[in-house]
Ligand binder design. Structure first.
Ligand SMILES: [Fe+2]
Length: 278
């Protein structure tokens, strides 16, 4: 009798773990950053979306759109690979139509948008929905009584398909060197998390990235990602918040969904970042 109880419990545990491992509903991931560059009672909420890869959630992206709307974002940041080189762009258009007008939207390219060989068309479609496309430039953003600066760079794969003679890192430093004169809190959108050593040489306070898809397979408390592009096995920047002396780096695990490449213990995530004054 006792053996049956143990066997039943073991089976239930295995079923629970299997359901949890392959769960692929959208989840929220929240982070808070405190800064003396905002007034003590000020707060700015950024919703970060990365790596949609044109996937369509539910009926016309409604589950994704309503989850973002419920967060009441001040800014929506799109950190690349929103479109894809293999999947029709309809998923991106449905998504952008749904979030249009919710908040100011800022976008940078990922590698897959360049791999499409159709980058100008993709940018033109995205800008049609009122999205600001950041390409080695920055803009001031006013939210209530607070001002921050948001900048962004094209994915470095621009050099493979568009501007072969471009000095990507040199261009980034040149574009953002004037920021050292600005006292505001500064946010950089850049698709690639593994280039953190370059971002650390800038004046940004917060960097938002994607690209690593959470390392595809996770084992909670043991492995934060098995494999990520451009990082390889057991990637250091698979997803999460990384804190340095001069900046904070948040790497989204993205909202990609590919049934041929399951995410394990790694559900697609909508990231909510509250920047609070102190
Ligand atoms: Fe990517």
């Amino acid at each position: 009798m006792r053996n049956w109880k143990i066997l039943t419990l073991a089976l239930l545990l295995m079923v629970f773990l299997a359901l949890a491992a392959f769960y692929h509903g959208l989840v929220l991931k929240r982070y808070q950053i405190n800064t003396d560059k905002l007034k003590p009672d000020a707060s700015i909420r950024i919703v970060l979306i990365s790596d949609l890869h044109n996937h369509i959630y539910g009926e016309k992206q409604e589950p994704l759109i309503s989850l973002i709307r419920k967060q009441k974002p001040d800014i929506i940041a799109l950190a690349g690979d929103i479109a894809d080189d293999q999947v029709p762009i309809m998923g991106t258009e449905l998504f952008l139509a749904g979030i249009k007008g919710m908040a100011p939207i800022y976008y940078v390219t990922g590698n897959h948008e360049f791999w499409s060989h159709d980058i100008d068309n993709i940018k033109s479609i995205i800008s049609k929905y009122g999205v600001s496309i950041l390409e080695n430039n920055y803009k001031p953003v006013r939210i209530g009584d607070s001002s921050i600066i948001i900048g962004g760079v094209d994915d470095p794969d621009i050099v493979l398909f568009d501007k072969a003679d471009l000095d990507w890192e040199g261009g980034l430093h040149k574009a953002f060197s004037p920021l050292q004169d600005y006292p505001e809190f500064k946010v950089l959108l850049s698709h690639r998390p593994e280039l953190i050593d370059i971002y650390l040489k800038t004046d940004f306070d917060l960097v938002l990235s994607g690209h690593s898809h959470g390392g595809q397979v996770r084992i909670p408390f043991f492995i934060n990602g098995l494999y990520a592009p451009n990082q390889g096995w057991f990637p250091q920047y698979a997803g999460g918040m990384y804190t340095y002396d001069t900046l904070t780096h948040i790497v989204s695990r993205g909202i990609s969904f590919n049934p041929r490449l399951p995410r394990i213990f790694n559900p697609p995530e909508v990231v909510v970042i509250d920047i609070k004054g102190k």
